[in-house]
Design a protein around this ligand. Structure first.
Ligand code: 5AD
Ligand code: SF4
Length: 480
């Protein structure tokens, strides 16, 4: 039995609190103690990432830290000396997947007692989940929070050498630590964090508790990162935040996101995307900048969540359906050919048939290129968790199916406009089945599979679209 020390458990009450203080931004804080710099030499790590882009980006940092310690990545859990799961807490089914995976790892741990199993990410920030992991999953050696990634060398060393169960989860965000190492997963497209956390507190959402308060990186640090990416041959950056339109507010900037977006456009990088926009903070300056620069891609992800005002109010979304429509129309006008995707939740507590019909009507109005649709999942600690709900599970399933049918119809319709058109594609890679078939994305973020003989990942090429599917396009490259 391992000793249980080094415990720093999460607290939902602490996570809920917000202070006015701006976090410090540290440029020289990260360091790996000399004695830990080779602790991974000759050893393998396996890192699995669940959930959103913020987690993908965090995993690149985790991979960068492990590689600086000498560890090398491997593709299977069986070979690994260290297995880390970077987890997602957004819905119960995301958590169930992770818990199932941890359950499966038990047999590997039995076979190899020196194997280290670590759990990080949003689930590690949840008080109830950490308790469950400690009680029911003895195979887990290490639990580290989203605010504790920079401490990974020390935490991992503790788990490996002291053989102690190690738990370090700070519920309050600390400083922003710049210059963390990173091992990027893609060669031509990069995620760039522009801010962390969320202060919107939508009533269903766990993110403000797992990721802390909104805090922005300095514009010069972001531009430095983009410049380095350009020098490294990157063609596309996606500016990341839970709510990018709030960028800079905590730094006292007026029109912070518009200012940043324009500065990134002026670096000359071929393609810029950003994610996620909250309709409430999407100001006219940003709309104008999106329309002004050709390297800002005509693609906006604009979560709707519901088309009904009463539900939107209960969700604490801070806009009405009509305000959403006004913003949508403004963006459509300002950005020619722009594609739009959205997120929608069905079955929010006590959502009436009429309220659901309002959501369908919004989908008819906006005719999204695609929508990510979810059934409401109650999250412990959020206000919606305690709301009474008279809608049964079957009704929610039926609503989701109706919504998905509509979404698929408009997705197909939206793709039809590309038939016989020539589009620009940033090439991602080869098809596994046929090496003359490549795939990549258009400016509007449409997946294209196309034939060519003379192209490599990272190229931006012209492709004529020959066939349209609901969620992808087929084409043939045009030689210039
Ligand atoms: N239940 C269902 N969907 C949720 N989302 C966030 N929280 C929940 C929840 N508790 C959805 C929202 C959000 C997307 C990332 O996940 O639509 O935009
Ligand atoms: Fe969650 Fe709302 Fe913040 Fe998005 S804006 S992360 S849905 S609280």
């Amino acid at each position: 039995m391992k000793k249980e020390m080094n415990f720093n458990l999460p607290s939902i009450n602490e996570a809920r609190r917000r202070t006015k203080n701006s976090p410090k931004i540290e440029h020289q804080l990260f360091d790996i103690p000399v004695q830990l710099r080779n602790m991974g030499t000759g050893r393998l790590y396996y890192l699995r990432t669940y959930g959103c882009q913020a987690n993908q980006r965090d995993s690149e940092t985790i991979a960068g830290i492990l590689e600086l310690m000498g560890y090398k990545a491997c593709d299977s859990e069986e070979e690994a000396d260290v297995i880390l799961l970077n987890t997602c807490a957004i819905r119960k089914n995301a958590e169930d997947k992770v818990l199932g995976e941890i359950g499966n790892l038990k047999k590997l741990k039995r076979r190899n007692p020196d194997l280290i199993i670590g759990v990080g990410g949003c689930m590690a920030q949840e008080e109830a989940i950490v308790k469950e992991l400690l009680c029911k999953y003895p195979q887990v050696d290490l639990i580290f929070g989203t605010h504790n990634i920079a401490n990974l060398p020390r935490l991992l060393a503790n788990a490996v050498f002291a053989k102690e169960k190690t738990v370090e989860v700070f519920s309050k965000e600390g400083e922003i630590i710049e210059d963390l190492p990173s091992s990027r997963f893609q060669q031509h497209k990069a995620w760039v964090n522009i801010m962390y956390g969320c202060d919107k507190f939508c009533s269903y959402c766990i993110v403000p508790y797992t990721r802390g308060k909104e805090r922005s990186r300095l514009i010069e640090d972001i531009l430095k990162e983009v410049d380095e990416l350009i020098k490294g041959g990157y063609k596309e950056v996606c500016l990341l935040g839970q709510n990018v339109n709030a960028y800079g507010k905590d730094l006292g900037m007026e029109a912070g996101f518009a200012t940043l977006l324009e500065a990134v456009a002026k670096t000359g990088i071929a393609r810029i995307r950003f994610m996620t926009s909250h309709p409430w903070n999407f100001d006219d300056n940003t709309v104008a900048i999106c329309g002004k620069y050709a390297n800002i891609m005509p693609y906006i992800h604009l979560p709707l969540q519901s088309g009904n005002d009463e539900i939107l109010r209960k969700m604490n979304r801070r806009y009405t359906a009509s305000e959403y429509r006004t913003l949508f129309d403004k963006l459509k006008k300002a950005i020619p050919g722009c594609s739009f995707t959205t997120d929608i939740i069905v079955g929010f507590p006590n959502e009436s048939d009429e309220a659901f019909e309002d959501t369908l009507a919004m989908v008819d109005y906006c005719q999204f290129d695609n929508a990510f649709t979810f059934i409401f999942s109650p999250r412990i600690g959020t206000p919606a968790y305690n709301m009474t709900d008279s809608i049964d599970a079957k009704t929610k399933e039926e609503r989701l199916a109706r919504l998905n049918k509509k979404v698929a119809y408009y997705a197909n319709q939206a793709n039809q406009r590309f038939l016989d058109q020539v589009v620009e594609v940033l090439v991602d890679g080869y098809s596994k089945k046929n090496e003359n078939v490549f795939s990549g994305y258009t400016k509007e973020n449409k997946l294209v599979n196309f034939q060519s003989e003379n192209v490599k990942p990272g190229d931006i090429v012209k492709v004529k679209i020959t066939a349209v599917k609901s969620f992808s396009l087929d084409g043939k490259m045009i030689e210039e």
